[in-house]
Design a protein around this ligand. Structure first.
Ligand code: ACO
Length: 393
């Protein structure tokens, strides 16, 4: 099992000293926890790295969330609709999961289309032009292209100057991982406007004859714009990220084995057949137990790294997998239910999209207000999980 507990502000105040930038990062092991230690150097030393062709970058500052957006497919599929194709009922699904509806891609709709729509809305809210985006991170396990879909999104948004765009694959933890990665690019790499998009279309990998899984998932996209800012405005306080590949067996969508076809003395398995993935395979009970165990621990560690107490959390915003998981985590963290964001009744589990989708709805409805502190946590296949303590705007 790999642990990565990374500490940023406000526990490292020297991070924000003017004229100081971070050029190298050392990871040292202490009590089985990896702590990230940032080594600072004065700006003059940056010259060796800069070239005249590169834009000048502001290095070593804070970062804040300045915009959000989301998009969902047109087709709504209710529990009653599902009861017509598998042996289930609205009552069973809503009591066990809290889910009532989900949205599913149909016709010519694509995951990238949703991602572009969500990103455009985030840029609009932030009042930032697509040309000013210098990094696009697409958190998705279901790209429209095996080689990654982020560059297509960058092109569709019309970001001139060919800013870097790439995919991050970490299932339902993807968005938290993307958010933390974006903060690192801003603080350590001098990037200024980073789009973090969580988008997934798990409906393509669901076995629609399996009532144990098809009731859970839906398709969606959500996005935030993370922007470099002064240290006083910093909005990513602390985080905690993990993975445990031993737990892979509990939740996976592996590539199908290459079927043997050797006859007449031909080499078995060559030439290979075209690759394809199996349906989602899940041990629901194990995933449920895993989430209820690791998420509260991870939120606690992220809080500790942020130097904040539980009482400073205004909102708990977890990956929207199951209402019973949300309730169990909130109970363990002693956070009252009226401070827990939940919209899974309408969308089901939308994987990497679920956190930014719920954030966007809560911000636009006025529930989450500027300056409020949010504890967010993602968990899922890999197994992966991670938490971040952030401030909205
Ligand atoms: N309708 C009716 N009955 C059902 C259904 C259904 N849709 N699904 C299962 N059942 C039956 C089972 O066959 C079983 O029947 P039996 O007792 O006769 O054998 C019974 O209901 C109980 O089944 P369980 O699987 O034990 O039900 P459980 O209470 O564990 O709920 C669920 C299942 C909802 C999947 C739950 O385990 C869960 O939510 N787990 C977490 C899953 C999750 O969040 N996964 C996503 C992770 S994110 C990512 O990375 C993709």
């Amino acid at each position: 099992m790999a642990n990565a507990s990374w500490v940023f502000s406000p526990t490292l105040p020297q991070f924000y000293k003017p004229m100081i930038s971070f050029k190298s990062i050392a990871i040292v092991r202490s009590n089985s926890i990896f702590k990230r230690v940032c080594c600072s150097t004065v700006h003059g030393a940056d010259k060796a790295l800069s070239s005249e062709s590169k834009p000048s970058r502001v290095v070593g500052k804070g970062c804040k969330l300045v915009g959000c957006g989301s998009a969902v497919p047109k087709l709504e599929v209710s529990n009653d609709d599902l009861s017509k194709i598998v042996d289930t009922t609205d009552e069973w699904i809503s009591v066990r999961t809290g889910i009532r509806n989900r949205r599913v891609l149909t016709g010519k709709e694509k995951m990238t289309g949703l991602a572009v729509e969500a990103a455009r809305k985030a840029l609009e809210m932030a009042e930032v032009d697509a040309d000013d985006v210098d990094l696009v991170l697409l958190c998705s396990s279901t790209p429209d292209d095996l080689f990654g879909s982020a560059p297509q999104i960058q092109a569709a948004l019309g970001c001139k100057g060919n800013p870097l765009a790439f995919d991050i694959t970490a299932a339902c933890s993807g968005f938290v991982l993307g958010l933390v990665s974006a903060s690192c690019y801003i603080r350590g790499g001098g990037f200024k406007n980073v789009l973090v998009i969580g988008a997934d279309a798990l409906s393509r990998y669901v076995d629609w004859t399996d009532r144990g899984t098809c009731i859970l998932f839906g398709d969606a996209a959500g996005a935030v714009l993370l922007q470099a800012c002064d240290s006083e405005e910093d909005g990513v306080f602390g985080f905690d990220l993990h993975s445990d590949g031993e737990g892979y067996r509990h939740l996976h969508t592996g590539i199908k084995e290459n079927e043997e076809f050797g006859t007449n003395g031909s080499v078995v398995g060559f030439p290979p057949k075209g690759g394809s993935y199996s349906y989602i395979q899940m041990n629901g009970k194990e995933v449920f137990r895993f989430a209820c165990r690791v998420v509260p621990q991870s939120v606690e560690v992220a809080l500790e790294n942020a130097g904040l107490a539980r009482s400073s959390i205004d909102w708990l915003l977890l990956h929207q997998a199951n209402q019973r998981i949300l309730d169990a985590v909130a109970t363990r963290l002693e956070i009252p239910s009226d401070r827990v964001i939940s919209n899974l009744a309408n969308y089901g589990n939308t994987s990497a999209a679920s956190i930014p989708l719920a954030l966007d709805e809560a911000v636009r409805s006025g529930k989450i207000k500027p300056g409020q502190t949010i504890a967010t946590s993602g968990f899922g296949a890999g197994l992966t999980w991670g938490s971040a303590i952030i401030r909205w705007n």
